[in-house]
Ligand binder design. Sequence first.
Ligand code: ATP
Length: 535
Amino acid sequence: MEMDQLVALCKRRGFLFQSSEIYGGLNGFWDYGPLGAELKRNIKECWWRSMTQLRDDVVGLDASIIMHPRIWEASGHTSTFSDLMVDCLLTKKRFRADQIEPQSGTVYFYSGATDAGSGKESKDAFSVLLPAGKPPESARKAATQFYQQRGLEKPTPLGERTEAVLNTTRYNPENGSLLTEPRPFNLMLKTYVGPVESADNVSYLRPETAQAIFVQFKNALEVSRQRVPFGICQIGKAFRNEINPRNFTFRSREFEQMELEYFIRPDEVVQKVAGSVASLAGSQPSTLNPQPNWGWELWHKYWVEQRMHWYESIGLGRDRLVEYWQKKEELAHYAKATVDILYKFPFGTQELEGIAARGDFDLAQHQKFSGKSMEYFDEEAKAKYVPHVIEPSAGVDRLALALICNAYCEDEAPDEKGKLETRVVMRFHPRIAPIKVAVFPLLKNKPTLVQKAKEVRELLRPHMSVFYDEAGAIGRRYRRQDEAGTPYGVTIDFDTLGEQGPELKDTVTLRDRDTMKQERVKITELAPRLLEKLR
Ligand code: ATP
């Protein structure tokens, strides 16, 4: 499947729209249409349910987006949350330095230029990369443009010399122009809080939800009466002024995160209480059944497993995911281990979630910067310590995109006359499908059918999202729901009304989106049957 097809389907069916579309859009921002909004809600609800409601040891938090600016100093975001960027010297277009594809060709160097008419000169060096086969004139043209931008009306570029280069990333892949030296660009979006736009009032839109959890660690701990190990989770918006938003919603400037901070005992404390620390390399105990002697390694592995299971439970099979264990040299300075869960997108295998063992870095930093203790008194260990943390951090939007890519399928289905035609079907897992069931009266001009269908709709509505559709041929109505990814279709026909005999009265046909098989089901059995599949 091509990404273009998917983008078109997302717009046509209302999964995703470009933000501010009627004003030409805003790069890096997206809106979820009617189906997309339902999909996204379902993702978040599934995550929330599995992370906190179905567990005893995790509580939730919903913190503000703008927080005290000192938080970002403590976390390191003010000083180090940056990407290296480069600008095109001709067009000023900005790129992320690590995203420039290596190129080969001939570089044309110029040492400066003069303008005979005005007598002006420029001593600025410039160079252009030409791929094999391009005439030297295009290099001269680019150089002329460069020196014109420096105030020379009719420049003559000087000192031309050439050099063959291999795999350079110093030139703009779009026009060959030299790029500026890489320099850091802070990704946090800045704003001012209060009526005065002064340096004292600078604040940031949070670049991640995690820090709010750390700074509310003590409050959440006290009110929830949890004991280490326990976790605090949060879903919310995050903002990053990404240099090159790309791959549809994959890299956006506004997105949502689902993050858990799971606080554990430092290994020394585990050793003291349990007498030993079980490690990954040891006896390979089940990583799904937490034990008192688990150190950080096993807790980390446990969360990787939990998260993989969760992805499977919403229809992302292990065959579509990659569990990537970061190498030592790739780890952030505070991380002991990080596993990225990657999805095989059509544009490449890329990160959905990162699961990091972060030691006590975050709480210790906030203790230092705020002057408030972040220590926990462990009654069993009779010791005070700053808990360590395992952080599974996922993006809602990346997951929505992965689920859309994963669901997209083309197969063949018979049309009205029984002829096979191509059908686009979104095979969403029923748990996350935007609409769970569509209800159709066979004909819209038969009031008895319509009335019965509306009764069925009302019966199902308290339990799940239902779509009622009476317009057009039944085959076409099925096809529309296939494209929306609705897993079940219920049709009310003359049998339902008992017109063909009493044994089929109050039964309907239940159609399965994937197999297209239809079976006769009693109306009274519909809700329990469907709920079974949605749970
Ligand atoms: P990347 O390397 O792709 O920029 P990251 O490693 O910086 O991502 P984290 O800081 O670990 O990402 O954020 C956790 C999760 O938040 C990511 O796994 C991803 O799902 C999501 N996320 C991060 N940045 C973006 C973005 N710009 N757009 C959409 N989702 C994002």
